[in-house]
Design a protein around this ligand. Structure first.
Ligand SMILES: NC(=O)c1ccc[n+]([C@@H]2O[C@H](COP(=O)([O-])OP(=O)(O)OC[C@H]3O[C@@H](n4cnc5c(N)ncnc54)[C@H](OP(=O)(O)O)[C@@H]3O)[C@@H](O)[C@H]2O)c1
Length: 302
């Protein structure tokens, strides 16, 4: 089996590549950086420039499935031009894949695309499953994810099966949110954000990568939440990290207005609350290795 991955060079992509290789799956990948192109039989890179519509069509050779992860990071200051980049990078990459596949002979039968739990509205009380219908696009991220998922649905017009993984807060030792949370705690200046009550639907990166490959191997169609079975509050997450690092937490919680000054509109990521269910993927037979936060953090931080 050969799979084409977009965003293979990123945090999640790198782990998915590893799990694919462990399962005997060969990888082609598309990258926007010519310097990241490898020419290995099991890990072959191809160039694309989604902005200008350029793509090396050889990337589809012998490929039966696509894992689509590419998109500009949401962890940079959301100026109005960068907000356009966050949205457009996801739409342009998706549209370029769909357009190219509609023009060539290919063997692709399935697409598994990244999505995000940011599609669910900020709530301390809702418990979100995949059937939840998004009502208002109250936040920028809800709008982005909704548009992104709609763009991904276009693959089905080519008779390609579509699966989407609504990814939660990915815990990894190599980057992403955990690394940023650990820094102030290590220096003894860590604290929860706001009330600290907001739900954080986390997932260990290994389980997330395994989930993508599981969906692929079991031909699972539709939307799946990519979160662990036991979400925690921001306060609990902060405390658990401090405990494992043997660091005290004595500062008061960091108020919202302060983070808004520091980060601008992007501060909403830290204060939004989404309690998200993993039941659907578990009902489909997927077994998490990390159900609870403590062992996940011990694995990553010790
Ligand atoms: N990490 C999380 O907690 C999390 C949570 C929810 C959703 N997600 C979503 O999951 C996907 C993968 O996340 P990640 O954390 O692995 O992201 P990442 O480390 O930032 O990697 C994303 C990859 O996308 C490619 N890329 C970046 N900007 C691009 C652009 N303007 N046009 C085309 N390609 C671009 C890059 O590959 P090249 O440099 O090789 O082109 C990059 O390696 C993203 O779409 C992200 O929104 C992540």
């Amino acid at each position: 089996m050969r799979v084409l991955i977009t965003g293979a060079t990123g945090l999640i992509g790198g782990k998915i590549v590893k799990i694919c290789h462990q399962n005997g799956i060969k990888i082609n990948y598309l990258t926007t950086s010519k310097s990241k192109i490898n020419d290995d039989e099991n890990y072959q890179g191809f160039f694309w420039n989604p902005k200008s519509g350029e793509i090396d069509k050889e990337c589809f050779k012998n490929v039966t499935a696509i894992i689509h992860l590419a998109g500009a990071s949401v962890s940079k200051r959301w100026t109005s031009s960068y907000k356009k980049e966050i949205l457009n990078s996801r739409l342009e990459t998706t549209q370029l894949l769909v357009k190219t596949l509609s023009e060539i002979n290919h063997s692709v039968t399935q697409v598994v695309s990244a999505s995000a739990i940011g599609i669910y509205q900020d709530s301390l009380t809702n418990y979100y499953d995949e059937d939840y219908k998004v009502k208002d696009e109250t936040s920028f991220l809800t709008h982005v994810v909704k548009e992104w998922e709609q763009a991904v649905d276009a693959f089905s017009s080519l008779n390609i099966m579509v699966s989407k993984v609504r990814i939660g807060l990915v815990l990894s030792k190599n980057g992403g949110a955990l690394k940023e949370m650990v820094k102030p705690i290590k220096f003894g200046v860590g604290a929860a954000f706001g009330t600290g009550q907001q739900w954080q639907s986390w997932i260990h990166i290994n389980d997330l990568a395994r989930q993508f490959v599981y969906i692929l191997k079991h031909d699972l169609e539709g939307v799946f939440n990519g979160v662990a079975p036991n979400p925690v509050s921001n306060q609990e997450l902060t405390k658990a990290i401090a405990n494992i690092l043997n660091k005290p937490l004595f500062l008061p919680n960091i108020p919202k207005f302060f983070m808004k000054l520091v980060l601008g509109e992007m501060h909403t990521i830290l204060f939004e609350s989404q309690r998200v269910s993993s039941k659907k993927i578990e009902d489909n037979g997927f077994e998490f290795k990390y159900h609870h936060l403590q062992p996940a953090l011990e694995n990553l931080l010790k």
